[in-house]
Design a protein around this ligand. Structure first.
Ligand SMILES: Nc1ncnc2c1ncn2[C@@H]1O[C@H](COP(=O)(O)OP(=O)(O)OP(=O)(O)O)[C@@H](O)[C@H]1O
Length: 459
């Protein structure tokens, strides 16, 4: 393959992986040769070889083949500076190397010496889809990353699994590194913090440990709930935290729940964690899920330019998979890979066939009875009134709310719902559902009640 061909392949890759990824991971690759079906590239570091092999080898191969290059495999050989050959990365690795800071060519950010975890180059603000459930968390993260006059210290982000906490933290780190490369940014998980701490104790290097952690400008600790109950790690974390806050350094923390709900966390740490801004990422709603799917689908379409994609598939997935964004992403990735393998158009049928297990798991399990119970509790009425004949507004309105939620959250038909509400006719249910739909637009109290109940039921 000559340089022109590789140049053309690079143009395609730029379109398909985006400018950031391209600059960080593809541009620095040097094509050495194509021999016996193997395209061999040289890269500067082991970390980079692993990262590119894991994340981009399929895409590179697809585009090489698209340019008629006779390659069936890609290899990345580490050639630091001397040109001496070192290990080759081919197969994707299952785990991220935790000890290396990503070496983004051309940029040598301050804090390279810090014992942080690598940042995922895909987790940027540009790639983060904003919707109602995460708009506050996103705005706070941006504000902290921009470092304007109003800063929140610490910024505490929390939310359920796969809702974007890590993505936002990495995005903050990328942004700070870009805006203020002189700042020493340290991102790591609470588990890694503990590991470093224990290692320092064992090796009698506590002074070094303290010095390193107190020398950073921005400390980001992911999944802080992990250190709850680990007494001496908590203690050390508390001192690190205080030392940094006293110096006016920024701290960003994430957890799977609010500070007040982390069991076995010392009270003084809990109150420290709460003294900045605490924001949560709510469970996704339909619009956010659709937004994420549309964004990801664009990338896949560029990667699989020949695949045809039927209308309505993304909407179907956004409706049916309400667990979290990670599951949603995995489903879409599997769908594209499967469709390209079997060479079929992505239709609703193919989607159901390929994702039957995920769809089954995501089926909503909420029952009409649970909804009635929760709604009765919420409005402090008796459960028997849900199915009884009373028509006073204080009973009828909660009943309509319950009917509305039953329609939204279960797959029951209107007659089935009617039967569970004391044998009411389906037209009564339909009227109730419509009434609540109208009220949601005009009565913010009803809208809030419904949102709260929906979250409680889906949790
Ligand atoms: N709003 C979003 N826009 C785009 N991608 C998102 C969004 N939210 C989550 N994701 C993607 O979903 C995946 C899971 O997100 P992430 O790892 O940040 O979740 P998390 O909240 O840290 O979960 P966990 O608690 O399991 O670590 C990532 O690939 C991330 O890029």
């Amino acid at each position: 393959m000559n340089n022109d061909t590789w140049g053309r392949v690079k143009d395609r890759l730029l379109e398909s992986v985006g400018p950031n990824n391209f600059a960080n991971w593809i541009e620095p690759l040097e094509l050495k040769r194509v021999d016996n079906g193997v395209a061999e590239f040289s890269v500067r570091t082991n970390f980079m070889a692993n990262w590119v092999a894991r994340n981009f080898s399929d895409t590179i191969l697809t585009h090489l083949k698209g340019a008629d290059v006779p390659a069936s495999r890609v290899e990345f050989r580490v050639e630091p500076h001397s040109g001496s050959s070192a290990p080759v990365a081919t197969a994707p690795k299952s785990a991220q190397p935790v000890d290396a800071t990503p070496e983004v060519p051309g940029a040598a950010p301050a804090g390279e010496d810090l014992p942080g975890a690598p940042l995922d180059p895909r987790f940027t603000f540009d790639n983060f889809v904003v919707g109602k459930p995460n708009e506050l968390a996103h705005a706070a993260a941006r504000r902290v990353a921009e470092g304007g006059p109003v800063t929140f210290n610490p910024l505490f982000l929390y939310g359920g699994v796969g809702l974007g906490k890590t993505h936002l933290m990495h995005a903050i780190a990328h942004e700070i590194r870009q805006r203020r490369p002189e700042l020493r940014v340290l991102y790591l998980s609470a588990e890694q913090f503990m590991y470093r701490f224990v290692q320092a104790l064992r090796d009698r290097q506590m002074i070094d440990f303290k010095q390193i952690f107190r020398s950073v400008d921005v400390l980001m600790v992911d999944d802080v709930q992990f250190i709850a109950g680990k007494d001496s790690t908590q203690e050390e974390f508390f001192h690190t935290f205080n030392a940094l806050v006293d110096q006016g350094k920024q701290i960003i923390i994430s957890a799977d729940r609010a500070p007040g709900e982390i069991k076995d966390m010392e009270d003084r740490i809990r109150s420290r964690l709460q003294c900045g801004l605490v924001v949560d990422l709510h469970p996704t709603d339909y619009e956010l899920r659709l937004g994420v799917l549309q964004t990801k689908a664009e990338t896949y379409r560029a990667q699989y330019p020949d695949l045809r994609f039927a209308e309505g598939v993304l909407e179907f997935l956004a409706h049916r998979i309400s667990t979290n964004v990670r599951v949603l992403e995995g489903a879409l990735m599997r769908l594209f890979a499967f469709a390209s393998l079997v060479g079929r158009e992505i239709t609703l049928d193919l989607t159901q066939e390929c994702l039957s297990d995920i769809l089954k798991q995501s089926d909503r399990k909420v029952t009409v009875e649970e909804i009635q119970r929760k709604v009765a509790e919420h409005y402090a009425i008796r459960l028997s009134d849900m199915i009884g004949p009373k028509r006073v507004r204080s009973i009828a309105r909660p009943r309509q709310v319950a009917m509305y939620l039953a329609k939204q959250l279960t797959s029951r038909s209107l007659p089935e719902i009617g039967r569970r509400f004391g044998g009411r006719d389906h037209t009564t249910v339909m009227h109730g559902v419509r009434r609540i739909e109208e009220l949601k637009g005009t009565d913010s109290q009803i809208a809030d009640d419904i949102e709260l109940l929906r979250r409680a039921l889906e949790a």
